[in-house]
Design a protein around this ligand. Structure first.
Ligand code: 5GP
Ligand code: SF4
Ligand code: MG
Length: 464
């Protein structure tokens, strides 16, 4: 999901709409905005579909006045699958001290347990979302101001959370102690912005100030910004998959350009898994920077062998299998004239179920390619993510059930190679690779080493 907030500008909701539009790649099912205005109090609007189709309408934006607003773009991971408007964030709750609204990116790994406990104690849930627990925990806290209540609440929460919240007068940003999901701070005029990624600061003309640090909480109001450290400090474990796929290539993470990291992944891949061929083609758009790097390092020409229909979204993020299956063909088509008779290297960011790879292989062979070689910009995805990226259960993950050679056969290509975990770490800037004793990132979907015990899943029978 994507989260965004702004304080200290006229008509803050318009800025939030723009920010959410720039974060649309992080969630395309639905979006929501809550604003606060001195006269009208809190207002909220939650809609299915793209930001640009909803939050551009003057009639809607007029209902969201005020100098303070937050927003969320959603793709469902936890909670009910598919579309229910009550699960669309931000969540708003009125309670002692005026209430608050929150937008959450990540996944709370003990949400089921918390929810059960809260319901037993009388909380009335409005949604099936794990994120709603935070509002109820805040409402039940005995602290005398909302930032303190938020600290109370988040100390009970396990898992991955980047949160943008607002009270009547304050904008609040928090990252979990491991800093699994991103959150950055920007300055716009006399005001401030919080965003999942820097690309959304660019769109509103805000200046990128810094990242919110893992375990940090910032509270921003008219008189400035205060920083707190509500949690026990631990070694951070940022999601390495944000570098590979999730973030936009024009964003900056930890002083590194995401584009440059992805290009470097391609360079590493070309060194680790060279192959003689005529063309390097990306599976657009997610494979593009890595394909450029692969081509530069190998000297094999880069070409657009697959053309993407720009009017389709991300296929993976469509929540049902049926839509996803169709999605590949609706979105991608082979550039036949280019491919015929050629030995083609296809570069993609990841293989999850294998659906995409099989369809693309078939399209490329139908177009007359002589050979097809897959090069994948992430290690084999063999474990589900419980921290906010929607990977399917283990049984559906190709790499959980097959060796590399079995995957090659199953997909039906001449070769398939994945970047090594160490190669990936080098590409994100860790010169000596992965520190096995204390990995610098979360890489659980590749390694099976979960930095936070997924308590709810274990209770449901998941085996580590
Ligand atoms: P598959 O078709 O193998 O199930 O999925 C892999 C494709 O889904 C890749 O092309 C990748 O770009 C795309 N994708 C989109 N969202 C995600 C995500 O959240 N996780 C992963 N691993 N791949 C994703
Ligand atoms: Fe990121 Fe994978 Fe960790 Fe999930 S399990 S947070 S996708 S690295
Ligand atoms: Mg893709």
């Amino acid at each position: 999901c994507g989260i965004f907030g702004v304080i200290g500008v006229a008509d803050a909701a318009n800025f939030v709409a723009l920010g959410l539009h720039a974060l649309q790649h992080r969630g395309q099912e639905a979006g929501g905005i809550v604003s606060h205005d001195a006269e009208q109090g809190f207002n909220s609007a939650r809609r299915f579909g793209y930001v640009r189709d909803n939050f551009t309408k003057a009639s809607l934006m007029e209902t969201l006045p005020g100098p303070l607003a937050i927003g969320h773009v959603r793709y469902s991971t936890a909670g009910s699958k598919g579309a229910v408007i009550r699960d669309v964030q931000p969540f708003f709750g009125e309670f002692a001290m005026g209430g608050a609204a929150i937008a959450h990116n990540g996944n709370i790994t003990n949400a089921n347990a918390l929810r059960r406990e809260l319901i037993e104690r009388g909380s009335i849930f409005q949604s099936s979302s794990d994120s709603e627990c935070i509002i109820h925990l805040m409402a039940r806290s005995f602290q005398s101001n909302i930032p303190e209540r938020m600290k109370d609440a988040l100390r009970r929460v396990e898992g991955a959370f980047s949160v943008v919240a607002m009270t009547r007068t304050k904008l609040i940003g928090v990252r979990d102690p491991l800093g699994v999901r991103p959150l950055v701070l920007g300055k716009i005029g006399d005001g401030w912005a919080l965003s999942s990624e820097t690309c959304a600061l660019d769109i509103i003309g805000a200046e990128y100030v810094r990242e919110i640090k893992p375990g940090e909480m910032v509270v921003i109001n008219a008189s400035g910004i205060e920083s707190y450290r509500p949690f026990e400090p631990v070694e951070p474990r940022f999601c390495i998959f944000e570098h590979v796929y999730f973030s936009r290539p024009d964003s900056i993470i930890g002083d590194r350009s995401v584009y440059e990291t992805r290009r470097q992944i391609g360079v590493e891949l070309a060194r680790e898994a060279p192959v003689d061929a005529d063309l390097v083609c990306p599976v657009p758009d997610s494979g593009t920077p890595a394909a450029i790097g692969f081509s530069q390092e190998s000297g094999i020409p880069y070409a657009m062998g697959i053309i993407r229909n720009q009017y389709m979204g991300r296929t993976f993020i469509e929540p049902t299998e049926q839509i996803r299956n169709m999605g590949v063909r609706l979105k991608l088509n082979v550039n036949r004239a280019l491919i015929k008779g050629k030995r083609v290297i296809l570069v993609d960011d990841s293989v999850v179920r294998g659906t995409t790879s099989i369809k693309i292989k078939q399209m490329i062979l139908d177009a007359g390619a002589a050979e097809v070689h897959f090069r994948i910009a992430s290690p084999p995805t063999a474990w589900p993510c419980f921290y906010g990226v929607d990977t399917p259960e283990r049984g559906k993950l190709l790499a959980a059930n097959m060796s590399e050679e079995e995957m090659r056969e199953f997909i039906g290509v001449d070769s398939i190679k994945f970047i090594s975990l160490d190669g990936l770490y080098r590409a994100v800037g860790e010169a000596t690779g992965r520190n096995a004793k204390c990995p610098q990132y979360c890489d659980a979907c590749f390694s099976g080493e979960y930095p936070v015990r997924p308590a709810d899943m274990i209770a449901k029978g998941f085996e580590l």
